[in-house]
Design a binder for this molecule. Structure first.
Ligand code: C2O
Ligand code: CU
Ligand code: CU
Length: 499
């Protein structure tokens, strides 16, 4: 071929395109149908047993759904998976190459809040070292994302997120080891041109959703299974979208929740993942064919404006915040309406191999400690509140204040927290550092024991959780994981003190 100027540009263009795409989704670049697995973060495993790695946040040009887009990422969408082993000590160097302040939160990896400091500020061009030991018994699926109060929603929505996978001895049991493992990062996007669509007042109220639903940043990918049993690690990395997951013709066998393994697989027809939650499931493919993993309709109580004008809705927790604009409340309520359930969506198609031979289910996975509620040091109430039109959110009538300690707990004690959600919207309640067990939802005990860090509350739900404060002291936070609500006040400060 003669290298005319036009050809050169075309070649360069093609080369550049595939280099960019190839870096993140090798399958797509080669024109095959390989499932778009996120990259692994390169680790240096030193002889001393120390693991070194580095991670940076930067503006990135990628392609989603075949269109070029500019995101903020940790070097790929999703960011590279940090795959660690129980017991290892990690030195993770994080650098901020953005033009705005950020930080890094290791969502529920059980590390000291002095390391995983939700209030840390890392300025553009600066770095911070995160040194921590991966706890024994913590095998499971976690994630990382920014935690700068007031900017979490925009930074997370723009693509700053990645998975953390912790491997442990349990993973060696044959029914897990021989399963085909994949990670599924669920995230929606809304673009305006090649940029993230700007946040509207409604986004701050409801949490921002988008019409582009992606799995590992690809719209409706296909997973061609090689084996009869799949093990999927699923993360809801969306700001506000809920996923009520179901697979055609197949139950899901839940093996792990936010905080690691359950005791034995739990058969589910569907699985609801609120923002921030993770789950691991086994899928036993018993027949050839294609099966859609779907997000079934779910109503999370989000609102929309009906007709013109400014709406006004007041819904507070306790504490009686002032009623702005009582004069128009009635008229306004007519204009604010529930959005209703989300649409049914296909997220992913799983193609079973010709003669699938699924493994038997593991009979036992791990022991989940039974907590002794005879020794509860404190029982506390947390009422969630919202003032919709102002997009202001409260816990016990107060908005977040980094300079105020809301709760003081003692290391070595067990507490019971009662979470109450009177407002219209669902709110996923998340606690940093220490995992908890859900004792009951509206008085009904949970069907199985599990460690969680995020629990969803529907309108009028009363959820009781038990939290053992075992080892770490320091200042940490709890908040709604619809991150717009967190940015707009629905967060509190917990200080764990020495005994
Ligand atoms: Cu993923 Cu403070 O949360
Ligand atoms: Cu967290
Ligand atoms: Cu919320």
């Amino acid at each position: 071929m003669k290298l005319t100027r036009r050809n050169t540009i075309k070649l360069l263009g093609a080369g550049l395109g595939s280099a960019l795409v190839g870096a993140h989704w090798p399958g797509l670049a080669q024109g095959t149908l390989a499932f778009p697995e996120p990259k692994l973060l390169p680790l240096r495993r030193l002889e001393s047993g120390l693991v070194e790695a580095s991670l940076a946040a930067r503006e990135s040009n990628l392609s989603i759904g075949g269109k070029p887009v500019t995101l903020l990422t940790y070097g790929g969408m999703p960011g590279p998976t940090l795959r660690l082993r129980e017991g290892e000590t990690v030195r993770l160097q994080f650098t901020n190459h953005l033009t705005q302040v950020t930080n890094l939160h290791l969502h529920e990896l059980h590390v000291s809040p002095e390391v995983d400091d939700p209030l840390a500020q890392i300025q553009p061009g600066q770095s911070r070292m995160y040194e921590f030991t991966v706890p024994k018994g913590s095998a499971g699926t976690y994630w990382y994302h920014p935690h700068i109060h007031g900017r979490v929603a925009e930074q997370l929505y723009a693509g700053l997120l990645g998975l953390i996978v912790v491997e442990g001895p349990v993973d060696a049991i044959p029914e897990l080891r021989e399963a085909e493992e994949h990670v599924l990062v669920l995230k929606d996007f809304a673009f305006s041109g090649s940029r993230i669509a700007p946040f509207t007042p409604m986004d701050w109220m409801n949490g921002k959703e988008g019409d582009l639903l992606t799995v590992n940043a690809v719209i409706r990918p296909t997973l061609r299974a090689q084996r009869g049993t799949l093990r999927l690690r699923i993360l809801n990395a969306s700001n506000a979208r809920y996923y009520r997951l179901a697979l055609e013709n197949h139950p899901l066998y839940l093996i792990a929740t936010d905080g690691g393994f359950v005791e034995k697989p739990v058969e589910l027809r569907e699985l609801l993942l609120a923002p921030g939650e993770r789950a691991e499931v086994l899928i036993r493919l018993t027949q050839a064919g294609s099966f859609r993993l779907q997000a079934l309709p779910y109503d999370r109580g989000a609102m929309m404006m009906h007709g013109g004008g400014m709406g006004m809705m007041n819904h507070q927790g306790m504490g009686g915040m002032s009623h702005g604009g009582e004069q128009s409340t009635l008229a306004m309520q007519g204009m604010m309406m529930g959005m209703g359930p989300s649409r049914l969506e296909t997220l992913l198609t799983i193609v079973a191999p010709p003669n699938p031979k699924p493994l038997p289910l593991p009979t036992s996975l791990a022991t989940v400690e039974r907590l002794h509620l005879t020794k509860v040091a404190a029982t506390r109430r947390f009422e969630l509140g919202e003032r919709m039109m102002q997009a202001e959110f409260f816990i016990n009538g107060r908005m977040f204040d980094a300079g105020r300690v809301d709760v003081r707990a003692r290391r070595g004690t067990l507490e019971v927290w009662e979470l109450i959600n009177k407002p219209d919207m669902d709110h996923p309640f998340h606690l940093h550092t220490d995992p908890f067990q859900v004792l009951s939802i509206n008085g009904r005990p949970q069907p199985y024991r599990a460690w969680k860090d995020t629990v969803n509350l529907k309108k009028n739900d009363v959820v009781r959780i038990a939290i053992p404060f075992r080892d770490f002291i320091g200042t940490t936070v709890y908040h709604c994981h619809i991150v717009e609500h967190e940015d707009r006040g629905m967060m509190g400060v917990l200080q764990v003190e020495a005994e």
